[in-house]
Design a protein around this ligand. Structure first.
Ligand SMILES: Nc1ncnc2c1ncn2[C@@H]1O[C@H](COP(=O)(O)OP(=O)(O)O)[C@@H](O)[C@H]1O
Ligand SMILES: [Mg+2]
Length: 368
């Protein structure tokens, strides 16, 4: 087993329904239970904001500010990591014009730096339709998985997006300035190739992590499709740039860039049945997702001495007793801090003392 990496203390201020929440944790999985609306998902959403991006609800900062007086919010966590204790904080003050402030050990940092400290993965009920809806959610899932292995993925994705937006804007405005476009396309080719390569490595890692493991969850054969980029072995930035330059007129007419990693999609097949994920039953689709998250966690534990933190919202409720027990066993074996939510403690009895329990009261009793 690799070294531990977990949230040791969590403090929320004015974050959604949590006016002031403060608690410490010992590294075991955390089972959060309480009635609907008690604030369970809000807690794991707060944790998800300690990683690059907009968190597990992709919500706006304003919407997360505690009502009825939404003036801002603050999330602070002490993490126990291989590099010792680290302090992470994310906050926003809406009264002062409000940009998010991020710090690691009190020093201001950019989004990507968060990914260097904690590797956070999540599954939410909203992802139940991941295999049947549009490509963008699957692409986000793939990129988050990649980011967990490779924190640099956040920076290259942001750089690629920035250059592409700028190029799209120029083309849209009919500004065919060759040196300006060349510069942007050089950026896109450099970062785009890195994104394609990083994603492809993720797919390989997940294949390896599934291969050797015994798991109660079904194996998924996955592949990245839709990028329409050269095969990883032939990815050559010069060729990539040339192709972008050649497609300026076509992209201008389309109003967007017609090939590249921003068009990528994740394809999955339920291996034992050779069945595309989108044609599997709802339960099987969920099982495939859990399987991939567990494989990611296994892969990270094997490769990097910094296990990920898992946020599993309402996962227990949808599994039969046997599968649930297997999920708990796998999580405990991995030694990861998995945060799991459910309405009642009975969902977590199979964990026994292997997890810590966090009971949240009903929203009404909070107001008393
Ligand atoms: N910005 C906000 N300010 C105050 N309360 C909020 C805010 N956003 C959501 N809530 C409240 O948080 C509660 C939902 O919390 P959630 O964590 O989703 O519940 P659950 O325990 O069912 O997962 C709801 O009662 C909702 O009204
Ligand atoms: Mg919830």
């Amino acid at each position: 087993m690799s070294d531990t990496c977990f949230i040791k203390a969590l403090d929320l201020r004015r974050f959604r329904s949590h006016v002031a929440f403060s608690r410490s944790f010992d590294g075991r999985p955390v089972a959060i239970f309480g009635p609907n609306g008690a604030g369970k998902t809000n807690i794991i959403e707060a944790i998800s904001l300690l990683s690059p991006g907009r968190g597990l609800r992709a919500a706006k900062s304003e919407d997360m500010a505690g009502r009825p007086d939404p003036i801002g919010w603050a999330i602070r966590a002490t993490a126990d990591t291989v590099d010792g204790e680290r302090e992470l904080a994310v906050s926003i003050d809406l009264r002062t014009g409000g940009r998010r402030k991020l710090t690691v050990d009190e020093a201001p940092v950019g989004q990507a730096a968060l990914g260097e400290v904690l590797r956070i993965l999540w599954l939410t009920p909203a992802m139940d339709r991941l295999w049947i809806e549009g490509a963008s959610e699957r692409r986000r899932f793939l990129d988050r998985t990649t980011l967990a292995f490779d924190p640099k993925h956040a920076e290259r994705s942001a750089a690629y997006e920035r250059a592409m937006r700028e190029r799209n804007r120029l083309l849209k405005e009919g500004v065919f300035d060759p040196s300006w476009l060349d510069a942007l396309e050089a950026q896109m080719a450099e970062h785009g190739a890195q994104i394609v390569i990083a994603r492809s490595k993720t797919v390989d890692r997940l294949r390896d992590a599934q291969e050797g493991a015994s798991s109660a969850f079904p194996r998924a054969d996955i592949a990245v499709v839709g990028e329409d980029s050269p095969a990883v072995d032939d990815l050559d930035a010069t060729q990539y740039r040339q192709r972008l330059a050649d497609s300026r007129r076509r992209d201008a007419a389309a109003g967007r860039t017609l090939f590249g990693p921003h068009r990528g999609d994740l394809e999955a097949i339920y291996k034992e049945k050779s069945m595309p994920a989108r044609e599997c039953s709802t339960g099987e689709q969920k099982a495939l997702l859990i399987s991939l998250v567990l494989a990611t966690a296994r892969g990270i534990c094997a490769e990097i001495s910094a296990p990920p933190i898992l946020l599993l919202d309402e996962v227990a409720a949808h599994l039969d007793e046997g599968r649930r027990a297997s999920l708990y066993d796998e999580i405990v074996d991995l030694g990861v801090q998995a945060w799991m939510t459910g309405t009642g403690p009975e969902l977590f009895t199979a964990l026994g003392s292997r997890a810590e329990m966090l009971e949240l009261a009903s929203p009404d009793s909070v107001a008393d």
